[in-house]
Design a protein around this ligand. Structure first.
Ligand code: HEM
Length: 206
């Protein structure tokens, strides 16, 4: 094993442990009876916000790699993306199990009638093919181009997460809007990078 590989291994372990801290803190709070009078709401909110944070972190990795030139950033993208799915799964499970007690009739009614649930549910469903196609074997089997096309869905998922959040807050929209701004910057960067790589603009005669 080379030194560079060892370094990446250590960094990956650190990112893995750091990514589990939000869950550990939540479990600790629950064990110490430090959650509010509505613990289900606390758990839903905490897992929801971390799903969104991990989605934004996943989308930041490529711009960070390009801006800093540190190619190894790419080695963390899959893990961070899978943590977004992990927290999304916990968030969804909290809703299905603790909030709705597996009442599928109630859940379907909620998905159909409450727009913020409809959008959140759609975003979560779209995350499933992304998580399932994350192993290297599947990337190879699909081919890089098809895989990349499918994984552009992550933008839709993150946008869905922001709208879901925006829709559910009653008064103060500043927090979801902040995530919306960060996401817009990341999207604009991608678009700028896409057009730049195709040489759009450089062919315009002056
Ligand atoms: C990508 C998928 C999703 C993301 C990024 C996401 C994100 C969020 C965020 C950021 C919050 C607010 C947290 C806060 O107030 O601090 C939240 C709350 C919530 N989410 Fe999601 N969510 C997703 C999917 C879902 C799904 C699939 C469901 C259920 C079917 C759901 C149900 C809820 C509920 C019930 C709340 C709490 C509403 C309240 O405060 O009463 N979410 N979610």
């Amino acid at each position: 094993m080379t030194r560079a590989q060892r370094e990446i291994g250590v960094l990956k372990s650190a990112v893995f442990v750091l990514s589990l801290i939000p869950l550990a803190l939540l479990l600790l709070k629950a064990a110490n009876d430090e959650l509010s009078a509505n613990p289900i709401k606390d758990i839903t909110e905490e897992t929801g916000i971390w799903t969104l944070r991990f989605l934004v972190a996943t989308l930041s990795i490529t711009p960070l790699r390009k801006i800093t030139g540190w190619q190894r950033f790419a080695r963390f993208r899959r893990m961070v993306g899978l943590f977004a799915f992990f927290y999304g799964f916990l968030h969804f499970t909290t809703y299905v199990y603790l909030d709705q007690f597996f009442s599928f009739e109630e859940i379907l009614r909620d998905v159909a009638k409450r727009p913020f649930i409809t959008v959140g549910f759609t975003a979560f469903v779209l995350m499933i093919p992304l998580a399932v196609t994350s192993p290297n074997r599947i990337v190879k089997w699909m081919g890089g181009r098809r895989w990349q096309q499918l994984h552009r869905l992550v933008y839709l998922v993150a946008l869905g997460g922001v709208f879901h959040y925006l829709w559910l807050v009653k008064a103060d929209t500043s927090r979801p809007l902040r995530y919306g701004v960060v996401l817009s910057v990341l999207l604009l960067y991608r678009m700028w990078d896409f057009f730049k790589s195709r040489g759009v603009g450089s062919r315009v005669k002056v």
